[in-house]
Write a new protein. Structure first.
Length: 363
């Protein structure tokens, strides 16, 4: 099995050939990326030990050399990377099933040769076998896979994927009017909701945190530090909080516990504690009582993203705020109609107009 070594800030794979160490540059300083590339090296370890030179994609300006990465091989690497993200088993199985269907439809071809017509072939292959809803679920899984290939320099561009049901693939956000209705619902139902729920919902909408980040992160001054070990993208980041938000986060960390674990305040029976999923359930209940049935807790993060894009008009800045590894993931927020966003978030409209005037002057 190939080892991993870091020299001068960059990772190398280590293979022992006739008792001597042979190092293969992995061209990255990120442990997750290095682990994925080490797995690719391990597949050809016997050939390396036999004296053959293998040109891996990252050693050839992103182009596949002697060995072209086949769909089956890329699928295996992708599934392994998903497992390292600690996704649920049924989610991993869904990804594997979708990629298996893709291979059945277009064959085990090199991933760099996958084109728009291959996606059409996949749709034709699935029609009559699966419902449109199931096909669209598979298409979303394939789209995520293709983005991963591009982010890891296996392909230059991703084929276009359109859903069969005709629905937009853009995320669902919460307008100011809808958000006000949700907060009013909390006020109108004191037996169902603690008034503090309003602060929780505002906190997530205004910071863009993922649900678990608040509880795994650590407060450092006016920042919530998310370490690379707990980050979904395996990149550390710092989320800015104002003084009031800092106190809210500290309070939530004190009264929240994870399934199977005891709260930090379990000894204080006067303080009611909650599991982490309690907050998402409360948001879903408040949304439904407000007559808004298609919003999930993660919609608060989507709302943060579209508000920041409307405010700044800079998708790269939004990507950084969200902690996305690649701006490709963030570009979906630029698909919204500008006028519609201004109507849904009138509190940001004036700032946006000022920013646009500045941009026009610069041009």
């Amino acid at each position: 099995m190939a080892g991993l070594r870091k020299l001068k800030g960059s990772y190398y794979a280590r293979v022992w050939v006739n008792g001597k160490e042979k190092t293969i540059p992995l061209k990255t300083n990120q442990i997750r990326q290095a682990s994925i590339r080490r797995s690719a090296v391990e597949k050809y370890e016997s050939e390396i030990k036999a004296g053959n030179e293998i040109e891996f994609p990252w050693l050839n300006d992103g182009q596949l050399g002697i060995k072209q990465l086949l769909l089956s091989e890329a699928s295996e690497q992708y599934i392994e990377s998903r497992k390292s993200d600690q996704l649920r088993e049924h989610t991993i199985q869904a990804y594997a099933l979708a990629l298996g269907h893709l291979k059945d439809a277009i064959g085990d071809k090199p991933v760099e040769d996958i084109e728009n017509k291959d996606i059409d072939s996949f749709k034709s292959h699935c029609m009559g076998r699966h419902t449109k809803t199931t096909i669209d679920i598979n298409l979303r899984a394939i789209k995520t896979f293709l983005i991963w290939l591009k982010d890891n320099d296996y392909i230059d561009k991703t084929p276009k994927i359109r859903m069969l049901n005709g629905k937009s693939d853009v995320p669902i956000y919460i307008s100011n009017k809808q958000f006000s209705l949700i907060l009013q619902t909390v006020d109108d139902n004191p037996k169902v909701f603690d008034p503090f729920m309003k602060d929780v919902f505002r906190l997530y909408r205004d910071t863009g945190m993922r649900l678990s980040e608040m509880f795994y992160g650590t407060i450092d001054g006016n920042f919530l530090h998310i370490s690379s070990e707990i980050s979904k993208t395996h990149y550390s980041r710092d989320i800015y909080l104002n003084d009031e938000q800092v106190q809210q986060v500290l309070h939530l960390q004190r009264i929240t516990h994870f399934p199977g674990e005891k709260s930090k305040l379990i000894a204080d029976l006067s303080i009611k504690t909650h599991e982490i999923k309690f907050y998402s359930k409360q948001f879903k209940k408040a949304s439904q009582l407000a007559g808004i049935n298609d919003r999930k807790f993660h919609s608060l993060r989507h709302t943060f993203a579209v508000r920041k894009y409307l405010e700044y008009g800079d998708i790269y800045k939004v990507a950084k705020l969200l902690g996305h590894k690649s701006v490709t993931t963030t570009e979906i927020y630029a698909k919204f109609n500008q006028r519609k966003l201004e109507q849904d978030f009138p509190d940001l409209e004036q700032d946006t107009q000022t920013g646009n005037q500045h941009l026009e002057t610069d041009e």
